[in-house]
Design a binder for this molecule. Structure first.
Ligand code: GDP
Length: 297
C-alpha cells in the first residue's frame, strides 16, 4: 500500500489525540508539531508543510474546538479537510473536445518516469469511453522508445503513427494530426522525447511543438517515488513549457507521499491520474478526498 510510513506516523498522532478527553492549546500544538515532522519526513516541501500546519493551527486552536465534546476528533477532521484542500479538492479530468474534433494531448516527462506506459494506459481509458486515439511517436532519439510505444499501442489495440528517427518532432506531430483527420481519429497523444535530466533542448522541442501545433492539453508524467525531485521537475516544466496537469506514476511503490501532497500547491496544476502499477490497467483517476483518507487511515 502507498504511503504506509506517513500513514502510520499520522495515525499514531491521532490515536493520542483521540485518547484525550479535553485538549489544551499546547496539546494541539504538540500534535501538530508531530504532524509537521511526519510530513517533512514524507518529503513534502518545507514551504507547503509550513503553510499547511499554519492553516490547520489557525482553525484548530480556538474556543470552538477546545470546548467541543470531542476536540481530538475535531482536530483530525480539520487535518483531513486541509489535506484535501492541499491536493486541489476537486477531481480534474483531461479536457476533451467534442468527438467530431481532434483533441491534441502532448505528454512530457523525464526518461523512466513512466511516460510511454502512461500514454498506453490513457489511450486505453479513452478507447473505453468511445474515443478513437492515435499515438504519435516523437521520441526520435531512442529507436527503442518508438518500438516500446508500438508494443504498448498494440496491447491496447491503438494505432501508433511513427516516421522513424529522421524527422523533426514538430513535423511528425503535424503529419500525425493530418493522418488523424483523414482517418477518423479524434484524439492524438504525442509521445515526446524524455531525457535523464531536464535540459534546454528538451524544453525547446516541447515549446516548438506548442508554437506550431494547436496542443489542447500538455500533461506531465512524474515518478512519485522521486519525491521532491518530482515536484521540482513539475515546477520547471510548468514555468518553461506550461502544463495543464500531472500524472503521478509509481504511487504503488511510494511509501512517503511527498509528491502527491506537494505538486498541486507548488505548481498550481492538478494531478489528473495516478499510476498504481505496471499493468496497462493500473491507472486511476485522482480523487483528493480519497487520497487524504488513504493517508490518514
Ligand atoms: P518512460 O521512459 O517515461 O517512457 O517510462 P516507461 O513507460 O518505459 O516506464 C519505466 C518503467 O516504469 C517501466 O518498467 C514501467 O513498467 C514502470 N512503470 C510505469 N508506471 C508505473 C506505475 O504506475 N507503477 C509501477 N510500479 N511501475 C510503473
Amino acid at each position: 500500500m502507498a504511503f504506509e510510513s506517513l500513514s502510520e506516523k499520522l495515525q499514531n498522532v491521532f490515536k493520542n489525540l483521540r485518547s484525550k478527553g479535553r485538549l489544551t492549546e499546547d496539546d494541539v500544538k504538540a500534535a501538530l508539531k508531530e504532524v509537521k515532522m511526519a510530513l517533512l519526513e514524507a518529503d513534502v516541501s518545507f514551504k507547503v508543510v509550513k503553510e499547511f500546519i499554519k492553516a490547520v493551527q489557525d482553525r484548530a486552536v480556538g474556543q470552538d474546538v477546545m470546548s467541543s465534546l470531542t476536540p481530538g476528533q475535531m482536530v483530525i477532521k480539520i487535518v483531513n479537510e486541509e489535506m484535501v484542500r492541499l491536493m486541489g479538492s476537486e477531481t480534474t479530468e483531461i479536457k476533451l473536445k467534442p468527438s467530431n474534433e481532434i483533441t491534441v494531448i502532448m505528454m512530457a516527462g523525464l526518461q523512466g518516469a513512466g511516460k510511454t506506459t502512461t500514454i498506453a494506459k490513457i489511450a486505453g481509458k479513452l478507447k473505453s469511453k468511445g474515443r478513437k486515439p492515435l499515438l504519435a511517436a516523437c521520441d526520435i532519439y531512442r529507436p527503442a522508445a518508438i518500438q516500446q510505444l508500438q508494443i504498448n499501442g498494440q496491447k491496447q489495440g491503438v494505432e501508433v503513427f511513427a516516421m522513424g528517427t529522421s524527422h523533426k518532432p514538430v513535423n511528425i506531430v503535424k503529419a500525425a494530426v493530418e493522418h488523424a483527420g483523414k482517418n477518423g481519429f479524434n484524439v492524438v497523444i504525442i509521445d515526446t522525447a524524455g531525457r535523464l535530466h531536464i535540459d534546454e533542448d528538451m524544453m525547446n522541442e516541447l515549446i516548438e511543438i506548442k508554437e506550431n501545433v494547436n496542443v489542447d492539453q500538455t500533461i506531465l508524467v512524474v515518478d512519485a517515488m522521486t519525491g521532491q525531485d518530482a515536484v521540482n521537475v513539475a515546477g520547471m516544466f510548468n514555468d518553461k513549457v506550461g502544463i495543464d496537469g500531472v500524472v503521478l506514476t509509481k504511487l504503488d511503490g511510494d511509501t512517503r507521499g511527498g509528491a502527491a501532497l506537494s505538486i498541486r500547491a507548488v505548481t498550481g496544476k492538478p494531478i489528473l491520474y495516478i499510476g498504481m502499477g505496471e499493468k496497462l490497467s493500473d491507472l486511476e483517476q485522482f480523487y483528493p478526498d480519497r487520497m487524504a483518507s488513504r493517508i490518514l487511515g
